[in-house]
Design a protein around this ligand. Structure first.
Ligand code: SF4
Length: 390
């Protein structure tokens, strides 16, 4: 499905949105200046109307999710002291540090045998003891035990880390991981690409150009990936637009991104939150919705915009379905990384909870595979269930 969006200019209260609305109506690409206007206008409902119109033209009322399971095999990370926004990582001998054996990974993954899990989402720290062999052994074992489960694993930052410790190119690391069972890559580790921002929040982490470079290498091999942006810390509006422009440019070049997922910064239990005096104050719902909606409008070459309910809550995710979002985080089972920095959400969701959330927004739930192809739709729920809160 892809029709022209139906835009009602009279629903845009801020006149500055009118020329943007005309462009959206004509299917014209938005400029960086337009994106800055979308981030600055107080007319959130106007931005939402535009994003919703574009989303409806692409996807109608269908909202997808995956039956996935997160596995975080190690929280040991060499950047523990320098990624100041992170509350998950530990030094090797620090209290709470862990690295799963392959048997422990298999034990955690065993839930997939009697659940509906179709995708393992595997990310962790930059652990000097977790090199290429650790992951190739893990992926082979997972595929042997769960041959039908897709492996979406290792951020660009982790791929580059393995390359560094094994003295291999990104491409060679990716080829070896693919041979062992890696199917696609997640989009984490992007943070905000701006060098000035990285100097403050993650000065030793893989830079923005290299994050793009690893994804370019993956796409060249036919490995599809997601991408993200961490917002709500020290970045400016211009930093956000620069970041989105880099993602849009790579998508023009390769077409390899499956989805864009804005990630809200959580200030608890990390050094940056203390420095900023922000503990206990997460991003606002207004900014969460705006980031999703601007992603839908500016990233015109992306099919899928996803809301991560773990970071922004299930209630806000339900509202986001009217702000350009067509996909939501799935069942997850046991999330650890954002719960380490104060996320108050559940660690997983049942199928019934996901269906109730989507139907409660007047949308049609559909389960998808890891390539965003619909694999199952659901009978309409009885009226009493449709009206229930998520
Ligand atoms: S954000 Fe990632 S790379 Fe940085 S300290 Fe945390 S786990 Fe390590």
């Amino acid at each position: 499905m892809s029709a022209m969006p139906t835009i009602h200019l009279d629903r845009l209260r801020d006149g500055a949105l009118h020329p943007i609305g005309e462009k959206v109506r004509r299917g014209e690409r938005l400029s960086a200046v337009d994106a800055i206007t979308l981030f600055r206008t107080p007319d959130l409902l106007g931005v939402g109307h535009l994003a919703d119109a574009v989303n409806r033209a692409k996807h109608g009322d269908v909202v997808t999710f995956a039956s996935n399971q997160h596995i975080n095999p190690t929280n040991v990370c060499v950047l523990r002291k320098t990624c100041v926004f992170c509350g998950y990582a530990r030094l090797p001998k620090e209290e709470g540090a862990y690295r799963y054996s392959i048997e422990q990974v298999l034990a955690e993954a065993a839930q997939a045998s009697d659940s509906m899990t179709r995708e393992f989402h595997i990310v962790g720290g930059l652990d000097m003891q977790a090199g290429l062999g650790y992951y190739t052994t893990m992926f082979r074992a997972l595929k042997a035990a769960h041959p039908l489960v897709h492996i979406k694993a290792l951020t660009a930052v982790e791929i580059a880390h393995i390359g560094r410790i094994e003295k291999m190119s990104w491409t060679d690391v990716l080829i070896a991981l693919r041979e062992a069972g890696l199917d696609t890559m997640p989009g984490g580790g992007a943070e905000t690409f701006s060098a000035a921002v990285r100097d403050v929040i993650a000065d030793r982490k893989l830079g923005g150009a290299d994050y793009i470079g690893v994804h370019r290498a993956a796409h060249a091999l036919g490995i599809r990936s997601n991408c993200t942006m961490l917002y709500g810390h020290v970045e400016t509006i211009e930093d956000r637009v620069e970041h989105l422009t880099m993602l849009r440019d790579l998508q023009d070049e390769t077409g390899g991104f499956l989805a864009y997922i804005p990630l809200a910064y959580h200030p608890d239990d990390n050094a940056l939150g203390v420095t900023l005096g922000r503990q206990g104050t997460s991003t606002t719902g207004f900014d969460d919705l705006r980031n999703l909606a601007v992603g839908r409008l500016y990233l015109d070459n992306f099919q899928h915009i996803k809301s991560h309910w773990i970071m922004v809550s299930t209630a806000l995710t339900q509202i986001a379905l009217a702000f350009g979002v067509n996909d939501i985080e799935g069942t997850v089972v046991r999330e650890k990384i954002y719960h380490a920095v104060g996320a108050q959400t559940q660690q997983g969701m049942s199928l019934q909870e996901l269906l109730r959330l989507i139907r409660g927004a007047g949308k049609e739930p559909a389960e998808r595979d890891s390539f965003y192809r619909v694999i199952r739709t659901f009978e309409a729920a009885p009226a009493a269930v449709v009206g229930a809160a998520a």
